[in-house]
Design a protein around this ligand. Sequence first.
Ligand code: SAJ
Length: 413
Amino acid sequence: MDSSICVIGLGYIGLPTALLFAASGKIVHGFDVSQDKIKLLKAGKLPFAEPGLRELYIKAKKNGSFIPSNTIASTDCYIIAVPTPQTNHAADLTYVLQALQSLIPFIRKSTLIVLESTISPSDCDSHIIPFLEKYGKFNVALAHCPERAIPGNTIHEMQYNSRVVGGKTSEVAERVKRLYLSFVKADIHTTNLITAAACKVMENTYRDVNIALANEFAKIADDLKFNVWEAITLANLHPRVNIHQPGPGVGGHCIAVDPWYFVGESKQARLITKARGINDDMPEYVAHHVSKIAKKYHLSSPIIGVLGYAYKKNVDDARETPIEPLLKILEKKYSCIVHDPYVDFKSRQSIELEQLLNKSQVIVLTTNHDIYKNIDFRNYPNIIAIYDLRNAVRNSQVNKTFTALYKLGDGRL
Ligand code: SAJ
């Protein structure tokens, strides 16, 4: 059973999933609405880079087990991995419902539909099952198996992270578990639909609330005059404590987004709402402290050099990056210049690192890309102060006679 699969949506999650199944011996039809993407795949090219993806593709191609197409194939099993952007504190199901609509002619009594896209906890019961029933599809074997892999390490995490599968019935969940065990090498836990969705949203909410707590500790540290980085390191030595790191706010398409799904569905989500607000306010807090630095050193119109634009270190991803709102606030008062070696800037101009270091009076280190560890700030005496939001700059990189080094939450501003 389930020897052939059709994966709907060949993006960052759908394509690696399809290829992992294909490399494990299943016949996999890969469907995407984009004609360009299918053309690329048929020509042996990949639409995006991800470590290990090419090797998988070559293996699947050798087996003849991956068939990309712009038409949907008739199979026993469909896996949906289409985008669910957040709108008004809910997952926008437009693409999921479009995918389901196109599956209607293919759904038979035993057809399995697995939804991998992130959704609000109640979406299966409130929207997806009623949608299928509207078309007379009452006995669909529906499951939700939320993806939990991190970009940059997707292929590894898809195989080695444990997974949670929610089924409309326990038999459906067991069927999905058997299917995914063809490539997953970790535990697969079965549950119902709402618990699986809630679990994914809880994981990302846990990180968001924890980061908000770290950010609040940083502000308290500034207030009470202690160093938050040292205090967190020491507190985390306790065996039951794991405080995250403060920073300029939370970016990316998951952690800053998923907590809203609880807020949208339940009035009880008060702490979560507050935490979102604390993280979203960090650019304002940082900008206020940049002004404090300018005032302290009597800099009436300093050039602010911003190091890093991606939402986290060593990635090219700038979706929801908190550096954009930070720049918008800073630019109201100062001239700002930005450098990021990875990001493909579309609406902003970036500058060479050397140029930025030569021109700036104040440096704000926003994203702790590894390459910034090699900067020798001692070679740039024009830099009056550095404001390090990630605790990434080492004392040995700075000549304190010419350049003051401040850190977010170090209690010195
Ligand atoms: N951040 C902090 N302080 C920290 C940790 C992170 O300020 O201590 C900030 C980062 O700078 C970044 C943001 O939070 O702006 C999120 O970064 P991240 O690396 O924590 O997470 P994502 O969004 O890249 O990936 C997450 C992962 N989820 C969890 O770790 C629970 C990943 O496993 C999920 O697959 C992904 O979300 C998703 O798709 O949901």
